[in-house]
Design a binder for this molecule. Sequence first.
Ligand SMILES: [Fe+2]
Length: 422
Amino acid sequence: MQDDFKKLRAENARLHSLLKITQSLASVLDLETLLSRIMDEVCLNLKADRCTVFLLDTDTNELWSKVAKGVKKEIRFPADKGIAGHTATTREVLNIPDAYADPRFNPEIDKKTGYKTKNILTMPMHNNLNEVIGVFQVLNRIDGPFTKQDEELLQAISYIAASAVENAQLYDEVNKSFISFIETLSTTLDARDYITSGHSRRVTLYAVEISHLMRLSKAEVDIIRYASLLHDIGKIGIPEIVLFKNKQLTEEEYEIIKRHANLSKSILSKIHFQKHLREIPMIASTHHEKIDGSGYPLGLKGSQIPLGGKILAVCDVFDALTSRRQYRDRMEIEKVVELLENETGSSFEPFIVYQFKNIPLNILIQILEFGHNDDLDTNDLKILKDYTLKDIIQVRKKNQKTEKEIELERIFMRYYSRKYRI
Ligand SMILES: [Fe+2]
């Protein structure tokens, strides 16, 4: 009677843990977070010291793990090697009470890491089609070797984890194909508009940096990133004779150029964006709006312009003025900042200009010199890292400079004013 009661209690606890694990895994779509959570749950429920989930890469036939507790880098090895490989190929559950007494165990990893493996439990992870998608490797149960109950519990966790992992992988694939689509569209524009090649990329890098300085959420940063990549996509619909004219534009021609903002909106509105990305067409099409209402295409004012559009407006102008063209160099950096400041409050949102001036110089130089980053000296970047755009402007305006300031200006200007074929 007592035994039955004990069994019932143990079974109840097991079901309770499984329910908690199901709830905990069901809400996670990010693969890295999910794997980390699965490993934590396994360690906790099997009272183990370490757990690794190796996923099977069917393209390379390797097992890999992105996050293993205590190991930072990605681990990859042939899918038939080692104890995990044995389980992946034979589908056999291995419960090894003494690792060093088992000839399949490779002690080399312990030697490298200083870890002492005592006992091991490995289990394959199957999908709905009964294909192996990964392997659990659990190490060092705290109270001695793994039991039959541990095997059963891991088996049950494995079923729950497999469907969560497949979901996350699918979500990851969908995201990757979406991002590659957006990037291809942006590259298509750059390929046509060779004069401003790289503009969309650089504007994106500035906009993302400002978004981070403003501590926007990852979802907000993503919207701004994609809107930035595509903000000028409407230029595809502008005739080349106007777009590439290297003389002063007539008023009529300027009106034609201005159409690109609306065109960006109508092109992007054709894309089926996921719900959380639906603001992209609106943000992209407001990058020429000004907060005093004097911009285009709609003449929106202040709060009518989305934050992303306001960020883009500053980044767009900064990049246009600091880009090298075949017929002219970059505008002097003090003049660029002066121009931004003069239009703060009329064209630009003050807080965004303020944040733009807070961009660290190492990042600013990497964006300005995008496409030439191989030429950047890492020691120079280390020095620039401690200063911002605001600092370099102050230094440039000073009459009496310290040695440190002279060095900072020399490094920054060496890149800012260097000349090479475009
Ligand atoms: Fe534009």
